[in-house]
Every structure is written in C-alpha cells, then in structure tokens.
Design a binder for this molecule. Structure first.
Ligand SMILES: [Zn+2]
Length: 496
C-alpha cells in the first residue's frame, strides 16, 4: 500500500486572501487542493470540515448536534460546535479554545490547530520554508493500535488500522496448545510496541511478527474458548476479534460487585495537559498546564492528609501524558472517581467563571451503543438462545451501570460548583453551573467522572485570580469538600 508524504502548503500572500478567507494548498505529488480559512478575532481560523474532507476519510456531520467526525491518519476524531472538547478514538480531549460555527462549518484557530495536529496526528509534521507550508508525515504503519476489552464472557480485541481492510485480508485460526493466530495481509505494525503479556483476562500473551507484507498476531490463551470470530468496522477503522469463553457467576453477583465498586476509596486526579501540550495560553504567557497541576497537587494533599482515600495522579510533574496512558492509569488504579481539572479559554475575552461538566448523557450513550455492537456479534452464534439471554442481561447491566455513573457524575459536579460559590467565588455569578458535554466518552463507562473548568485563562480578572496561590488553594478546598460530601452521601445510600 502506498506510503506518501502529504504536503500542506499555506500561502499567506495577500493576493490569495479574498475578503475574510485565505487559501491553503495541499500537494500530494501532482495533486493540489485548498483548505478554507476565515479571519476571526483578528486571526486566521481553519475550516475543520474542509480540512477533514481533504485529508481525512469517512467524514460525517451530525447536523442536529453539530458534531463533525472523521478518520484522520488512523484515528477517529470528532469536533463539537461551540465546544472546547474534541475526541480522539472516543477519548475526550480539551482544546485551547472553543470552535466556532459558520454556515454548518466548524472553524478553529490555525495556530492552535497546527499544534493539535503535531500533538495527536502527525508528530513528525514540519514546516518547510521552501514550500511555504507544513508537511504532514503519516505514520508508515497500517496497524495503529491494538486494544483489549474484557467482558464477563470473553474479550474483544480491536486492531485499529489506517487502511480499509476486507475479510479477504484476514485469517483467524486456532492452533494447538491454546494458541490463536490472526494474519493480516498487506499490513505493517511496530511489532516491538505491540508485544505484550497480560496478568489477567482471556489472553495471556500477544506476539506480533512481521513477515514481509503480512502481519501475524499470535495470542496465547489463558482459558479455553467457546468460540471466536472477527468482523470489520468502519468507524474507527478497525478489525475486531471476539473471543468468547464460558460464563461463570450470575447477574446477581455481578450486581453486588458493581455496588462495592461505588465505595469511594480511590480517586484519580487528572491535571489537564502537560509537557509539550501547554493547554490554553494567556496573553501574558501563563499556561493552563501549570495552573491545573498546581490545583491538582493542592487537592491531592488535602485528600491525603485528611481522608483515607487513596489518591492517584495521571501526572505530578510537567510531562506530556498521552490520552491512552491517562485512561490506563485510571483503570489500573481501580479509581472510583475521576476528576479532570482544566481552565477555560475563549476568544471572547468577556467570558468568565467556573463550570463543571459531566461527560455523558442518556440520549447519546455511546457505551451502550458499543455494548450493543459487541453483543451483536455474539448473537450470530450457533448457540443463539443461550447468547441471546446472556446478552440481554449484560445489556441491562450495562445500562444500569451507565445510568448510575451518570447520576453520580451529575451529583458530584453539582457539589463542586456549589462549593466553589461557597468557598472560592466572591460572587454567585462566577459559577456558570453544571453542564453536560452533550456527547459520550467511552472512558466514562469505567467510573463516574467530571471535568471542572476553574476559570477563564482568557479573561483578565479570572486570570488574575488563577495566578494567586490563595484562589488556587480555595478552589482545591472547595473540590475537597465536594468530594467528601459526595463520598458521605454515596456511602449512606449503599448502607441503606
Ligand atoms: Zn484544558
């Protein structure tokens, strides 16, 4: 398969600026295309729709919720109109400022967008003065990622690819001594990165081997499989292998397990951004990543000193933590709550105050969607009746858990904003209240989680406050009190 450099040129010559748009030129060999821009708040904003149409694939625009989705260099990405959030492979990320919507097109500041491309999509992107443009270097590997999800009745292995593979490219078969083999033809992967052993779950070990143009994944299994299969998915572009094992335990014990999971004994604190990702940057150079880290450390100290709760940090220094790593840290720690701290930023310098988001909604519940999708495969089993019963129970469990997390997240978010008003804000209006991000992140399925924006770094008055130790301490104390109140109420209800 073709590995080509995609060349993106920016011509800022005044002759190419028509009214409030400038031209982007794309060169891929002889191919030249242009990406639209717009002047807003005195700077250039790029059309995300247009960029993804030119460089991405599977572009989709949800006009009702104004969500723009596409595949870009092997990752699925979504942008939300007027929102500071975006997601990569169903993981929620924070932008440096909100996107803006014009005529069904989402725009984002060019300077910030180039940073984002380099951070998450094209790490080797360079600026070429000769070409007056940025050269995007897509990774040469066609297999981008391999992830594992454990279920009561098996494991789902997702192989994320840049190319669109068909069934004919794949071969899955069982060998002797508990080995399962998967061969993908015309594929390449960073085999060193994917060699792995697992301490629990269906798979004990994964051994990737590259032979010429084909990639073989060998799975050494811990348990005997009742069946196995694979299917191909378009968004995110991937091959999904399902391994099914005989089920042990019943729904009742599963429910009890879920209940004990809600005792708040471990909290994961996530300081937004870090390292090469500064987050939002204020006019005076103050960086979001430094403020979030300081607040998280203050909050952690309060919890460690005054409670029995174990505190786990996604970072404690100024380092870049990849998104997958943050999720891994949280899930491996067995976190019961996940609190992500960020600062808001808007090109509208008048916007001010705190706001706290819960990251899931019932009407757009991706976790349940995904569960349904994964169960769909199971339904095609020869032993249909058995699996149908199982999957409907599993489904109910997933929905219940989801609704519970939703409720808990809403309650925690509410406590946090109320405590901000009580402890940190001199005016009630400094709280913009609790908001729903309006879309769902898979991550939310594993524990209740909120994202709190402690002020606008783009607003002079907010920035002045954020820069004082006193304000950051008060914010941390407010969050601490909210967590303790949440824990108390939560455990009271479990005892009843
Ligand atoms: Zn942020």
């Amino acid at each position: 398969m073709k590995k080509s450099l995609i060349l993106l040129s920016v011509f800022l010559l005044s002759s190419l600026i028509y009214g409030q748009t400038a031209a982007f030129l794309l060169k891929d060999g002889a191919r030249v295309e242009s990406v639209n821009m717009k002047m807003l708040y005195g700077e250039e904003w790029i059309s995300l729709n247009h960029f993804l149409k030119v460089f991405g694939s599977s572009l989709h625009l949800d006009k009702k919720q104004m969500i723009l989705s596409a595949n870009l260099n092997g990752k699925s990405v979504s942008f939300y109109a007027g929102s500071m959030f975006f997601s990569i492979d169903n993981q929620l990320m924070h932008l440096s400022t909100t996107t803006e919507l014009f005529n069904d097109e989402l725009y984002y500041p060019l300077s910030e967008y180039l940073l984002l491309l380099r951070l998450y999509f094209f790490s080797e992107m360079i600026y070429s003065p000769a070409e007056k443009g940025h050269i995007l270097k897509p990774s040469g590997f066609t297999v981008q990622d391999i992830t594992f999800r454990e279920f009561k009745n098996g494991t789902i292995i997702r192989i994320q690819t840049t190319e669109k593979y068909r069934k004919e490219h794949c071969k899955l078969w069982e060998g002797p001594n508990n080995w399962l083999y998967f061969t993908l033809y015309e594929a390449t992967a960073d085999t060193a990165a994917f060699a792995k052993t697992f301490s629990e779950g269906t798979v004990r070990e994964m051994v990737p081997i590259q032979t010429g143009e084909s990639l073989q994944l060998s799975f050494r299994l811990r348990k005997k499989l009742s069946s196995y299969d694979f299917y191909i998915e378009e968004n995110p572009r991937s091959i999904v292998i399902t391994l099914r094992t005989p089920v042990t335990g019943d729904t009742q014990t599963q429910l009890l397990e879920k209940r004990s999971k809600w005792l708040i004994d471990t909290i994961v604190l996530d300081a937004g951004h870090g390292g090469k990702d500064p987050g939002a940057v204020a006019y005076d150079g103050t960086q979001e990543k430094m403020i979030t880290l300081d607040v998280v450390k203050r909050l952690g100290k309060l919890l460690e000193r005054n409670s029995e709760i174990k505190v786990v940090y996604t970072r404690t220094t100024d380092v870049f933590v990849p998104i997958k790593e943050r999720t891994k840290i949280a899930n491996q720690a067995g976190g019961k709550l996940f609190i992500s701290v960020h600062c808001n930023s808007s090109r509208n310098r008048q916007a001010y105050g705190s706001e706290t988001y819960l990251l899931s909604t019932e009407k757009n519940d991706r976790a349940v969607e995904v569960t349904e999708l994964e169960n769909k495969v199971i339904k095609f089993e020869e032993n249909q009746e058995f699996y149908e019963k199982l999957t409907s129970e599993q489904h109910i469990l997933a929905v219940m858990t989801q609704n519970q997390y939703q409720k808990e997240s809403a309650r925690l978010a509410d406590f946090i904003e109320k405590k901000y008003i009580k402890k940190a804000h001199s005016k009630r209006t400094y709280s913009r209240g609790v908001k729903q991000a309006g879309f769902y992140v898979l991550f939310g399925a594993s524990m209740p989680n909120v994202l709190t924006e402690i002020g606008f770094i783009s607003n002079r008055e907010d920035l002045r406050r954020l820069k004082t130790k006193e304000y950051r301490q008060k914010i941390a104390e407010a969050m601490y009190e909210a967590i303790m109140e949440f824990k108390e109420k939560n455990e009271q209800e479990i005892r009843q």
